[in-house]
Write a protein that binds this ligand. Structure first.
Ligand code: NAD
Length: 494
């Protein structure tokens, strides 16, 4: 099946007519479809359509914009299973998880659509008589969105819905590896009644991304992806003074104290480390364990990890799917080699799987390294695959110091029964997200999502915080005195 871009309310091929293939990472013989390999001209046409549509969409009352979005949430909910199957086919994670991805898009759409009846500003007393002072949120203009493949519907929804409810228009470029889920989402918006040009979608690679980050008619660039590409996006957009929102990589840690409920911690580490095949920005790729419980934890952890069933995410018995691509699998394998060279102990897994049911996909064994020290590359760099490094520690302070000592700052968690330790770690971890007695994954849509340091640039997705990315404050003063009043100068009158 051949899919199209969505520009100005029409589904169109690339002006070059070129396409690229999207294949199932669990079975490369399964062709999902052909998608436009779009050019700079396609991206420019989408930006022009969004620019035109902005003039009318910004004036649609926010509660009316929200009504359309509520309808979209209902449509997605009705098609949840169909969309989840499409997503598992195109990116490999197991059905339970793709259902979760779609559910996140539904939750985000309902939550942020409700802002259409709020979008609160502030009123404040004026320092002068007969004068009214207030601030309101204003839409900004055309927002370009560049998204990764690991949450192929959730992440586009995190960006598109707040942008729309605020009155902006959108051009989305999804990952080349997961265009179908983005198309499914945009089709729903079209069906729900989003007017032509308000949401545009252009598939393709960096050539499209570069136009979206540099075009003079784009006011906001919202990017989720690797730190390396995020840096490029930031540099490319900077000369144009665009508002740039970046959500990037992570190297998240679960800290397990000697008083932890070990059973709970084990479950959390398996889910946090190997859910989505370790391909989550919040994946628990480091486990920092107190020396008093280290050996007991490692024994049980290895037993559980070795028992994980790896396979096609569409099969109900599968617990862990493939890597997204050959390139990603190679990256995982290269880090396994690096870990061994660095002197860590390969305690389980470590091999790619390429025979029998795994012959046509990008599968890798769930892998655990023990004896990892904080300075090793496997403990510092984002692998984005099913590889967990176990590091020994002697105290909560040491665990926090090790957990903080990476360039990223997305998510962290602690397992302990001691409220003092929990609060100490909660305060001292410099991350955007923190969990107590739960793994590093599992964010909910109504709280801000994002990270510090090389994970983000100070903005947040989700929650009400998302509105700050996609709106600008305007302060308004209404003087009804009928005379010139000079702020800070006419101070004598009481
Ligand atoms: P990536 O950086 O390779 O690609 C992300 C997007 O950027 C894709 O759409 C890609 O086509 C586009 N792109 C590539 N080159 C570009 C350029 N020069 N200009 C503009 N756009 C360009 O990342 P990925 O492999 O798709 O995703 C994995 C990464 O995403 C991981 O690092 C992960 O941690 C991160 N991620 C972060 C979050 C978060 O919220 N912090 C969430 C999910 C994923």
């Amino acid at each position: 099946m051949t899919f199209n871009n969505f520009v100005g309310g029409k589904w169109l091929p690339s002006e070059s007519a070129a396409t690229f293939e999207n294949r199932n990472p669990a079975n490369t013989g399964d062709l999902i479809g052909l998608f436009p390999d779009s050019t700079a001209a396609d991206a420019e046409a989408a930006i022009a359509a969004a620019r035109r549509a902005f003039e009318s969409w910004r004036l649609v009352p926010a509660p009316k914009r929200a009504e359309i979005l509520f309808k979209a949430a209902q449509i997605i909910a009705a098609r949840k299973e169909e969309f989840a199957r499409d997503m598992t086919r195109e990116m490999g994670k197991v059905l339970d998880e793709t259902r979760g991805d779609i559910q996140e898009a539904i939750d985000m759409t309902y939550f942020l659509a409700a802002e259409g009846r709020r979008l609160h500003g502030q009123t404040a007393p004026s320092e002068l008589r007969d004068k009214f002072a207030m601030s309101i949120r204003q839409p900004i203009g055309v927002c370009s969105m560049i998204t990764p493949w690991n949450f192929p519907m959730a992440i586009p929804s995190w960006k598109i819905i707040p942008a729309l409810v605020c009155g902006n228009t959108v051009v989305l470029k999804p990952s080349e590896l997961t265009p179908l889920s983005a198309i499914n989402f945009v089709k729903v918006l079209e069906e729900a009644g989003v007017p032509a040009g308000v949401v545009n979608l252009v598939t393709g690679g960096p050539a499209v991304g570069e136009v979206l980050t540099t075009h003079p008619d784009v006011s906001v660039v919202s990017f989720t992806g690797s730190t390396a590409v995020g840096k490029l996006v930031n540099q490319n957009a900077a000369p144009f003074f665009k508002k740039v929102h970046l959500e990037m990589g992570g190297k998240n840690a679960i800290m397990i104290m000697d008083d932890a409920n070990l059973e709970l911690a084990l479950e959390g580490c398996v889910w946090g480390g190997f859910g989505t095949t370790g391909q989550r920005c919040t994946a628990a790729s480091r486990v920092i364990v107190h020396e008093q419980v280290h050996d007991r934890f490692v024994d049980a952890f290895l037993t559980r990890v070795s028992a994980l069933r790896v396979g096609d995410g569409l099969e109900t018995a599968t617990q862990m799917g493939p890597s997204i691509s050959e390139k990603q699998l190679q990256k995982v394998m290269s880090y396994v080699a690096i870990g061994r060279q660095e002197g860590a102990t390969l305690a389980c897994g470590g091999r790619s799987l390429a025979s029998g049911a795994h012959a046509n996909g990008f599968f890798h064994e769930p892998t655990v390294f023990t004896g990892v020290t904080p300075s090793m590359r496997i403990a510092r760099e984002e692998i984005f695959g099913p590889v967990v490094s176990v590091i020994k520690c002697g105290s909560v302070d040491e665990a926090v110091a090790v957990a903080n000592d990476v360039s990223y700052g997305l998510s962290c968690s602690i397992y302990t029964q001691d409220i003092n330790r929990a609060f100490t770690a909660m305060r001292d971890m410099y991350t955007g997200i923190f969990y107590v007695n739960a793994p590093t994954i599992g964010a909910e849509v109504h709280l801000p999502f994002g990270g510090t340091k090389a994970t983000g640039n100070g903005h947040r997705e989700a929650g009400i915080a998302a509105l700050d990315v996609f709106s600008e404050w305007k302060s308004i003063y209404v003087d009804f005195s009928g005379r010139l009043q000079r702020a800070q100068i006419d101070t004598a009158e009481l």
